[in-house]
Structure formats: C-alpha cells, structure tokens
Design a protein around this ligand. Structure first.
Ligand SMILES: NC(=O)c1ccc[n+]([C@@H]2O[C@H](COP(=O)([O-])OP(=O)(O)OC[C@H]3O[C@@H](n4cnc5c(N)ncnc54)[C@H](O)[C@@H]3O)[C@@H](O)[C@H]2O)c1
Length: 250
C-alpha cells in the first residue's frame, strides 16, 4: 500500500456494497484506513481490503439512529485514534419505493428522510467532537444527479438528496472556522440491474442525454472521492460537484 491517503482514517457509511464498497476499496488503495459502517455486514469488504494489504474495520451502523452513529465514531477512534474523513454514502436508494408522488405513503417519505437527511446530520454530529479536537476533517455527502435533472418517479428520494445541498453549504459555513470542510458529490445513474432491474431501461435514456456516451460505473466516482479525501482539496468547501459524464438532459 502507500499513496495519497497514507495515515488517513476514512469512514464510509453504506460501504458494504455498491458504490460505497468502491469508495472503501479506492481509499484503501491510496493507503487510507477504512471504516465500513453499514446496516449490512461489512466484513467481506474488510477482507478484500486486508487482502490488498490495507487496514479496515467493519462497524454495524444504522445511520438514522443517534446512538448507533456515536458507537460508529467511538469504534473508529478506539481502533485508529482519529477521524479524517466521513463519506456519507448510506441511503435509502435501492430499497426506495418508486412511483407517482401522490401514491407515496407518509411512512415511505419519513423513512427516506430519516436515513438520507437525518442520517447525514447524525453522522456529522457523531464525528464532530473528534474532528473539532483535531482542528481538521472532511465531510463528503453523496447527493444525486436526479436533483439537478428533476427526475420523476421517486419524489421523496430526490427531495431528500436536494436537502443535502443546503445542509452541506450551511455546515461548511459553520465548521469552516474549525478547519472542517463539507462538500457534496452527485453521481448520475450507476446501474445495478441485480438490485434494480429497471436501471437497464433507464440507462439507455441516461446515456443518450450525456456527452460521454457510455454507462457510468462505480469506478467513475472513485477519483473524485479520493481527491476530496486528500490534502489537495483542503481549500474546497461548501461546493456541490457533479460526476455525470456531461449529462445535458434527463
Ligand atoms: N446507483 C446510482 O445510480 C446512484 C445515483 C446517484 C446517487 N446515488 C447515491 O449513491 C449512494 C450509494 O448508492 P448505491 O447504488 O451503492 O446504493 P445501494 O442501495 O446499493 O447501497 C446503499 C448502502 O447503504 C446502506 N444503508 C441503507 N440504509 C442504511 C442505514 N440506515 N444505515 C447504514 N447503512 C445503510 C445499504 O445497506 C447499502 O449498503 C447512495 O447515497 C445513493 O443515493 C446512487
């Protein structure tokens, strides 16, 4: 191992599968120590990182729960002694109900906001005392290109991701004086037909409306995320980056 993140301790929420797993592996390849915080078992990803010669810890976490976030931060400090980066990637996404806005239930709306918005706030709250004591830290919130496109079919999800833009800008202002940065990064559709069969059809439209005419894959996000974890990004805060291959319409 060895690279631009040598010695950095990076928490990836929702790191047990999908795009979060790629963030965990990408950070580890650059020498970062990774905490895989997920409702799902993170041990397989930890084993992959250890096989690469890296260090990682799995912590079963429900980001919508305050005590669970506090336990995640405590376990990170116990094992690695510091917290340099929090990547808020966990979300109600694959499991989110899809359909016309007037058919969504209050329970569906509330669960999406509990995880996607409250969960981000609670995870930030949990890591804050350590980042504040260090006088440094980076928070990366994963939003979605759907909020820029106004994608239809899951209004609760798009509204929840939109909230992260404002949350991040305000938190960046609040935490800047302490040397803590907060940014959002929005991926475009990264299909996972095993989990979401409709992605295959949607992707044809998405690719057609994109400057770079190919399907987006999770690896396309990793360079941007790793950069935002490194010292090279120290003066970037309150920003909303979009990684979408030049999407110009839905
Ligand atoms: N895949 C895409 O097309 C796409 C596009 C734009 C944005 N995103 C965003 O990127 C992120 C990852 O997407 P993905 O495709 O890998 O999704 P995914 O559904 O495959 O993975 C989400 C992960 O979050 C975890 N999670 C869910 N609820 C949790 C909770 N309460 N506490 C802890 N962990 C929890 C899940 O267990 C899972 O490992 C999400 O924030 C998603 O909204 C995805």
């Amino acid at each position: 191992m060895g690279g631009s993140l040598d010695g950095s301790v990076v928490i990836v929420t929702g790191g047990a599968r999908g795009i979060g797993r790629e963030y965990a592996l990408g950070v580890a390849r650059e020498g970062g120590k990774v905490v895989v915080a997920d409702l799902l078992d993170g041990e397989p990803v930890v084993a992959e990182i250890e096989a690469l010669g890296g260090e990682a810890l799995a912590v079963t976490t429900d980001v919508s729960d305050e005590a669970s976030n506090d336990a995640m931060a405590a376990a990170t400090i116990d094992r690695f002694g510091r917290i340099d980066v929090l990547i808020n990637n966990a979300a109600m996404f694959s499991e989110t109900t899809r359909g016309p806005f007037h058919e969504l239930t209050i329970a569906e709306w509330d669960r999406t906001f509990e995880v996607n918005v409250r969960g981000v706030w609670l995870a930030c709250k949990a890591v804050y005392p350590q980042m504040s004591a260090q006088g440094s830290g980076k928070i990366i919130n994963i939003a979605s290109n759907t909020l820029y496109k106004g994608t239809t079919g899951f209004l609760h999800y798009v509204a929840s991701k939109s909230a992260l833009i404002g949350l991040s800008r305000s938190l960046a202002t609040e935490l800047g004086p302490e040397g803590i940065t907060v940014n959002t990064v929005s991926p475009d559709l990264i299909p996972n037909p095993d989990l979401r069969p409709t992605d295959e059809t949607s992707d044809k439209f998405v690719v057609a409306g994109r400057a770079l005419k190919r399907t987006m894959v999770a690896e396309d996000m990793v360079g941007t995320i790793v950069f935002l974890c490194t010292r090279g990004s120290d003066f970037i805060t309150g920003q909303a980056l979009v990684v979408n291959g030049g999407a110009y319409y839905q």
